[in-house]
Design a protein around this ligand. Structure first.
Ligand code: ADP
Length: 824
């Protein structure tokens, strides 16, 4: 209920008008007071003042208005011809009355209202109190001031004021109430009847005792038209009745004329009529307003419960005492597989899709006896959905006498949840080698799967909800970790990162089993969160890695051992290389001396040698040279191994190197029956190289060609610019010998590799030659490759970069040597 608030200026104007009204009504009432009476029969001014206060005023303004009432009423009394002191006293009495009524109706900050019977009761009580206060004041004023009777005066004015306030105040209160309906034709008719009837009943020409007649019409308005209309009509009827009676109209005035009643008695009768009309109409108006509000509440409640029922995810079925369905919601209808309308009225036992029909029938027959348990679970065969597992909560409705009249079944379909739970449980149980342990936020164990039982030796029933995490861990390890993290030892040590926001945290921990033995586990911690993302607990997934860690340690030890062994072997190898190198070095000097002396012998330094002697010396010389070559290879190899292949490159002509190598090999090949071809570019082949190393390279290739080519074969050596790559010179050594199988092409360049064929045929060699060739070629920024097939000869090609200033390659004009020698 809202109260219209007037702006400051408007309120002042309205208050002033109301006070003028109080003056006018007061003065009129005094004037119309019956002759010989000390008081007026009706005092509408009091009603107006109270009504205005109730409608508009608050706080200080109200009390200002009360003061205004004092002045205005006193003035009206004085104007009406009363002595000034008496008029002042009446003014005070009026103000006191208004203050009491207003004060009582707004006490404790409440707003004046007429919404309940209690409000009406308050209004009646406040009106009576105000009237009594006025009666007391007025009685005293009259008895002391003008020597009139106290009791008669007091009772008369109490009644007249009570009636006036009761007729006016409802309007002041109703101004703030909301209009609940639009006025219609009925309003018009009722208004006409009220006004017409009241006017005719109190008409001066009317003497019959028909004062009760307007009351039923007021009741009509009260029941159908609302509080506002009743309040206004009460005022109108009051004014009409009082005014017309005062001019001698209506039953009361007529009774006075016939029975010689005193004017005060006529006044009292009129007041009685007004009070009766007001109480009757107001109480009915309040009651019917209340009833309407209650009905509206009820309706919306019913609607709400209907909506709740129909939108509920649970199935709700109301079954009456006879076992028939009285009501059900949409969810229930879906489970029963039929429309709601079809199901209502049918026996529940008949439509419930259950297997144990007999039991349900017995239950439904015994609703009155409470045969249905308060909780039960049932499997329902739902069309289209299969078997659904439903948990029912049952409740009975009872009548006033406590007899069960209905059964209300509320069912929740838990099939899916059960399935999901079964699945999760199955997963947890299936992990028999993995410990899955759940805890709450404080570390109390909430879940302990089969794997946890295996790993830790505890049974789930011994630890879940009973023990906490600390049971499973090594306290010393927790203390160490706490120190690392700089936190207090406790559960936080395990979930430090997860609590800090990380999704998971994995590390090795030591679990202590029930029997006290220890296991190393790799534990992954993660947080369990509710739908709102709030952390509610932790989940630890631990795998026993004791064996794995042991194996890892063993492996590490083995690896360390192996590394040591390799280091030892490397050291040994180095020693061996050093030894070979030293021995080779030591051998070279005496061998050179041996070769020098054989040369001297051949040259006849010791006198002329016989042919036989010469032949033997030549053999010594040949084998000596082979030995020297082997020693050179060994020395070179040692240097290559040690990464010390020291080359002394300078600008040189590859043709010279080739010629020199050819000459040195010639002595070895002298006794062989081979076609030897040399093909060298007529122009110098400038390269940046170490001539001695290059000569060694060519010598090795040439002696291989000779070695692996049987007599009658061909050995060729060519050196010329590369046709396709101007920055490269090519050195090609080819033969028509035994060749090399494809599978050995790469291996021949490895150190100490000798083909099985070479071994089988006892062809001498160390397996070092080609590895030295490759090292020297690559040491010059070049490369070596082989093209060969068994029994089809071999071709070794060395590519070397030309010296930086070398000019464009020239077309090779070739020099060819053909040479046949007998090695007899
Ligand atoms: P060695 O000649 O001392 O055995 P090399 O490193 O020079 O060692 O050669 C390794 C192997 O490559 C030889 O044992 C032989 O089997 C093969 N090989 C090298 N040159 C030829 C060739 N011209 N013809 C056939 N096989 C060859």
């Amino acid at each position: 209920m809202t109260r219209p608030t007037l702006g400051r200026a408007r309120w002042w104007v309205a208050a002033a008008l109301a006070l003028v009204g109080v003056f006018v009504l007061g003065a009129t009432a005094v004037r119309f007071a019956p002759p010989g009476s000390t008081v007026a029969v009706w005092w509408p001014a009091a009603g107006l003042a109270v009504s205005f206060l109730l409608a508009t005023a608050r706080g200080a303004r109200a009390w200002l208005f009360v003061a205004g009432v004092l002045v205005s009423s006193a003035a009206a009394n004085a104007y009406g011809g009363r002595p000034p002191l008496v008029a002042l006293c009446f003014g005070v009495a009026n103000a006191a009355e208004v203050a009491v009524v207003y004060g009582l109706l707004t006490r404790g900050g409440r707003r004046p209202a007429l919404a309940s019977m209690e409000d009406l009761w308050n209004l009646l009580a406040a009106t009576l109190a105000g009237a009594l206060v006025f009666g007391l004041f007025a009685g005293l004023t009259v008895s002391i001031g003008v020597g009139g009777p106290f009791l008669a005066t007091a009772s008369a004015v109490t009644a007249s004021h009570a009636a006036a306030v009761l007729v006016f105040a409802p309007l002041g209160i109703a101004v703030g109430t909301r209009r609940t309906r639009r006025p219609g034709f009925e309003d018009l008719v009722q208004w006409v009847v009220v006004v017409g009837l009241t006017t005719s009943v109190f008409n001066p020409g009317q003497a019959l005792p028909l004062a009760f007649l307007p009351i039923p019409v007021l009741v009509w308005g009260a029941l159908r038209l609302g509080l506002r209309t009743v309040a206004i009509q009460l005022l109108v009827v009051g004014i009409l009745a009082v005014t017309l009676t005062s001019v001698g109209g209506g039953p009361f005035a007529a009774a006075a004329r016939v029975g010689g009643l005193r004017p005060e008695t006529v006044g009292a009768l009129t007041q009685a009529f007004l009070v009766t009309a007001a109480v009757t109409a107001l109480s009915l108006a309040v009651a019917s307003t209340q009833r309407r509000a209650a009905l509206a509440d009820l309706r919306s409640e019913v609607e709400l419960s209907g909506v709740v029922l129909d939108t509920a995810a649970s199935a709700i079925i109301v079954v009456d005492r006879a076992g028939a369905i009285a009501r059900l919601n949409a969810t229930a209808a879906r489970l029963l597989g039929a429309a709601e309308a079809e199901l209502v009225g049918r026996p529940a036992a008949e439509v419930f899709p259950v297997d144990d029909h007999e039991r349900v029938s017995a239950q439904m027959a015994g609703i009155g006896e409470g045969a249905v348990p308060l909780h039960e679970e049932q499997d329902w065969r739902v069309t289209g959905l299969g078997v659904r597992h439903i948990v029912w909560t049952n409740a009975y409705l009872t009548d006033d006498t406590g007899h069960r009249t209905h059964l209300v079944k509320t069912g929740v379909d838990v099939t899916d949840e059960r399935a999901a739970r079964t699945f999760v449980e199955a997963v947890l149980e299936a992990a028999t080698a993995t410990a899955i342990i759940g805890t709450d936020l404080d570390g109390v164990i909430t879940l302990f799967n089969r794997g946890a039982e295996t790993v830790l030796g505890w049974r789930a029933s011994e630890v879940v909800s009973r023990k906490d995490w600390s049971l499973l861990h090594d306290p010393a390890e927790i203390d160490r970790r706490a120190e690392e993290l700089g936190v207090e030892p406790g559960f936080d040590v395990l979930v430090h990162r997860v609590r800090g926001g990380a999704a998971t945290e994995t590390r090795d921990w030591t679990y202590v089993r029930k029997d006290g033995t220890r296991r190393t586990v790799s534990l992954t911690m993660s947080g369990i969160r509710d739908e709102g993302g709030q952390l509610t607990g932790y989940l630890g997934v631990a795998e026993d890695v004791t064996r794995r860690r042991q194996v890892e340690v063993t492996l590490q030890v083995a690896l360390d051992r192996e590394r040591e062994a390799v280091e030892e072997l490397t050291q040994l190898d180095r020693t061996k290389s050093d030894f070979v190198s030293a021995v080779s070095h030591e051998l070279r000097t005496p061998l050179a001396s041996v070769l020098g002396y054989t040369e001297m012998l051949e040259d006849g330094a010791a006198g002329a040698l016989t042919d036989r002697q010469l032949e033997l010396v030549a053999r010594v010389d040949r084998n000596g040279r082979r030995l020297l070559s082997l020693i050179e290879d060994l020395l070179l190899n040692s240097r290559i191994e040690a990464g010390r292949l020291e080359l002394a490159p300078r600008r040189c002509d590859l043709s010279d190197v080739v010629a020199s190598a050819w000459t040195s090999v010639e002595t070895v090949t002298a006794q062989r029956d081979l076609v030897r071809e040399v093909e060298v570019s007529p122009r110098p082949l400038w390269i940046e190289g170490d001539p001695a190393a290059l000569e060694r390279m060519v010598t090795n290739l040439l002696s291989n060609a000779v070695k692996f080519t049987p007599d009658g074969g061909r050995v060729a050596l060519a050196a010329h610019p590369d046709d396709r790559r101007p920055d490269t010179v090519r050195l090609v050594v080819s033969d028509s010998g035994m060749g090399i199988p494809e599978s050995d092409h790469e291996r021949v360049f490895a150190r100490f590799f000798r083909s099985s064929a070479a071994n089988e045929r006892a062809i001498q060699g160390s397996g070092l030659g080609l590895s030295i060739v490759r090292a020297i070629a690559e040491g010059h920024g070049g490369s070596v490759s082989v093209a060969s097939a068994p029994d089809e000869g071999s071709t070794f090609t060395v590519c070397l970069p030309v010296a930086g200033s070398a000019g464009p390659p020239t077309q090779a004009a070739t020099r060819t040597y053909r040479d046949h020698r007998d090695d007899s």
